[in-house]
Each structure stands twice: as C-alpha cells, then as structure tokens.
Design a binder for this molecule. Structure first.
Ligand SMILES: C[S@@+](CC[C@H](N)C(=O)[O-])C[C@H]1O[C@@H](n2cnc3c(N)ncnc32)[C@H](O)[C@@H]1O
Length: 386
C-alpha cells in the first residue's frame, strides 16, 4: 500500500510524527520519499486515512496511490480505469503536482479529455495557496490549512511516477471546536491541539497504555490523548490549572462519549510519588512570557532554569516509567536581540538523568517556531536505556 502524506509547514516534525505514529500502530514502512511537503510512503498494511488524519497533528491530507509506472503507463491507466467514483456529475477537481511541469500538463490534459468523454461536468480548479516552511522555503500550490472539498488527485515523480487520489483532509472545524469551545482556555500557556497530538505520537503510546503529562495545565495534551482512548494521568503544581483541566475533560466526555480513563493530581512533578505509567508527553513551563527578544545572558538564564526543572522532574518520574517508555517534550528556544536562537543543553539533561535521545531517521531536536516568535520550541524524545 502506498500513501501520500501532505504536510503543513514543519515537514521535519510532521515526518517524525508520522514515523512514530506508524510505530504506535505496529505498521511497518517499506520505503519512503520526502519531496517538498509531501511524503510518499509504502506500508505493509492498509491504514484508515480518516482516523490517521484525526490522530495526527502535522498532516493536512492523506492520499492513496492508484497507479504507478512510467508516464506512458499512467496515462494509459487514467484513460482506461475509473478515477472518479462519486455520483455528482458536476464537480471541481484539483491536481497536486510533485512532478515536473510537462508531465503534470500531459496528465491534466488526459484527465480533462476523459471526464469530457464520460459526460462529466468537471471543472479543473488549480491548487491555490502557499506554505512558508519552517526552513523558510516557500511552496506554491498547497494551502497551509484545509485542502478544498474538491476531488483532489496527485502526481508524484521519483524514479517512476505515482498517480493517486486524496482520501482525507484534516478536519479544521473539529480541531477548532475542541480548541475554542472547551470551557477553559488559557491562550498564553496552553499548547495547540495540533502540537499536542504531535507530542502524543512522538511518545509512541500504544493502545491501552497510560500516558503521563507532568505539566498538564488545563489539559490540552490529556484531552487529545483521551479522545484516542488513551488512559492519562495529569499533574500540575497549580490547583486552579488542575480544576480547569477537570472542567475541560468533563466537557470532552459529553462531546465525545467514549474516552480513555483519567486521573488528575495537584502536585510537584519533581517530588511526587506516582504509580507506574508507560510514557510521557508534555510541554513544561518554557519560562517567563517574553514580548521582546532578550540578550544572550538572559536567554541562557531562562534556558538554564528550564534545564534544572526538567532534570529534577525526569529524575523523579523515570522510576515509574515502564520499560521502553519514551518521553516526548518541548523545550524553549529563545530569540535573542542578536537574532540568534538559544536552546537547552540536552547533553547536560541526558548526563544528569541518564536518559538518552531517541535515534531514528529524523534527528532531534526538531525546531518549531515562527520568524516573529520570541519563545519557540525544540522537540525532543528521550528514553531510559536501563
Ligand atoms: C506550559 S504550561 C503547560 C500547558 C499545558 N500543556 C496546557 O495545555 O495547558 C506548564 C504548566 O506546568 C506547571 N508546572 C510548573 N512547574 C511544575 C512542577 N514542578 N510540577 C508540576 N507542574 C508544574 C504550571 O503550573 C503550568 O500549568
């Protein structure tokens, strides 16, 4: 089975997330190619695109390959086989191009002729919009959020050509509902549902396991995990945050009926004694809220404070972390007035906690920030080698 994952602006983060998600679901990848913001990947099992897109944060659309081969093969197959299965005669369609212009134009011409012959009133709607990637590259012809409701095809070229159809797009409305309609919001501190899902996937939590968020705040990570029926434990030092997390989860229970089990605790994660759990996904306090870039020394102080906090918390919690359990977390990335970005010393964190950085196809840290953002994030995944 070959699929196309279309990513938002942070391809590295989204790619790491998908690889971790596949490990979560015990799906093996048998080869992959990443081109611009598109990942073409061969899997040993079928996936449910709808479920996959709901359970991941960085993917905006998932497609399935229909035909592969040289351009001649693809053109022939498009002419002969069914590529439009809906009942509506009048519709719009799009073709996302991860190939060369010439091949794209040939394919498009054949599709147009085919639809005409079949008596369909199909209107070609070229892909619109641009994405500015985390690495500053600009990609034209892909919207950054939702892909239209049109029937969307893709053409991808590597050693051969792949032609396929988009099967599911990210449900922006549903994500916004969870974000905006929950009873308590805390804009300045809370993480977005999108990043929460990425952290959950990076933790590689499996079915029926328990995930811990030791800095749970109003519970965004907990909520995103609960609707995937993952059991969660949330700890926060701030009593009000814990109460608000409870209010948010009660709301979630009504909205989503079946959710995982949860436990909320007011406590200090550096000291608390806690039952066994399987993994951690968390956004710790990233430091004071900054409105302007700071000097190098101030940035180093903020980062050092973070290092001390995370070292204490991890040393305390790792005693209850199950075997092979992973710890995914974000760390501050502070913009200085010399336009540099300062992150934490992960080697120090690892040496003081005896934890190790997970090594996979994609190296950590993975940075996530916008140009104008003063406090950005670095994503890490650690594990206990003992
Ligand atoms: C960045 S916020 C977490 C945001 C959270 N993901 C949310 O959705 O609201 C960090 C949280 O860590 C809590 N905190 C700070 N130090 C702590 C500690 N030692 N133990 C437990 N919680 C702590 C703060 O009260 C704050 O709510």
């Amino acid at each position: 089975m070959r699929y196309l994952f279309l990513f938002g602006r942070n391809t590295k983060l989204s790619c790491a997330e998908i690889f971790a998600y596949l490990r979560r679901k015990n799906i093996k990848k048998e080869g992959f190619i990443l081109k611009r913001n598109a990942l073409l990947i061969e899997l040993n099992k079928e996936i449910n695109p709808e479920q996959t897109i709901n359970e991941t944060g960085g993917t905006i659309a998932i497609g399935k390959t229909l035909f592969e081969g040289d351009l001649g093969n693809i053109l022939e197959k498009i002419k002969r086989e069914e590529i439009y299965k809906n009942e509506k005669i009048k519709f719009k369609y799009t073709l996302f191009n991860f190939s060369d212009e010439e091949s794209h134009d040939k394919i498009l011409r054949i599709i147009k002729e085919k639809f005409k012959k079949e008596g369909l009133k199909a209107l070609y709607n070229p892909p619109k919009g641009t994405i500015k990637l985390q690495n500053k590259k600009i990609i034209y012809g892909t919207p950054s959020k939702i892909i239209t409701n049109d029937t969307s095809y893709f053409l991808f070229k590597d050693k051969k050509y792949y032609f396929g159809i988009i099967e599911s797009v990210s449900n922006q409305k549903e994500i916004e509902k969870r974000d905006m309609k929950k009873p308590v919001r805390r804009e300045a501190l809370a993480i977005s549902p999108r990043l929460a899902k990425i952290l959950i996937n990076l933790s590689e939590v499996k079915e029926k396991q328990t995930l811990l968020d030791p800095f749970c705040g109003i519970g965004v990570i907990l909520q995103e995990a609960l609707i995937q029926k993952i059991n969660v434990i949330g700890i926060d030092i701030d009593e009000k945050a814990v109460r608000n997390a409870e209010k948010n989860i009660n709301w979630l229970k009504k909205e989503y009926k079946k959710i995982g089990k949860y436990k909320l605790i007011k406590g200090n994660s550096s000291k608390i004694k806690i039952e066994k759990f399987n993994c951690i996904a968390t956004e710790p306090s990233l430091g004071i809220l900054l409105k302007k870039p700071v000097n190098k020394k101030q940035a180093q102080e903020i980062v050092k404070k973070f290092e001390n906090l995370i070292i204490n918390v991890l040393n305390n919690l790792k005693k209850s972390l199950g075997k092979d359990g992973k710890i995914s977390f974000t760390a501050p990335l502070i913009k200085t007035n010399e336009n540099k970005r300062i992150g934490c010393d992960i080697n120090k964190i690892c040496s003081k906690t005896k934890l190790k950085i997970l090594k996979n196809e994609i190296k950590f840290p993975i940075r996530e920030f916008r140009e104008e953002q003063i406090v950005g994030r670095e994503f890490y995944v650690l594990f206990n080698p003992q």
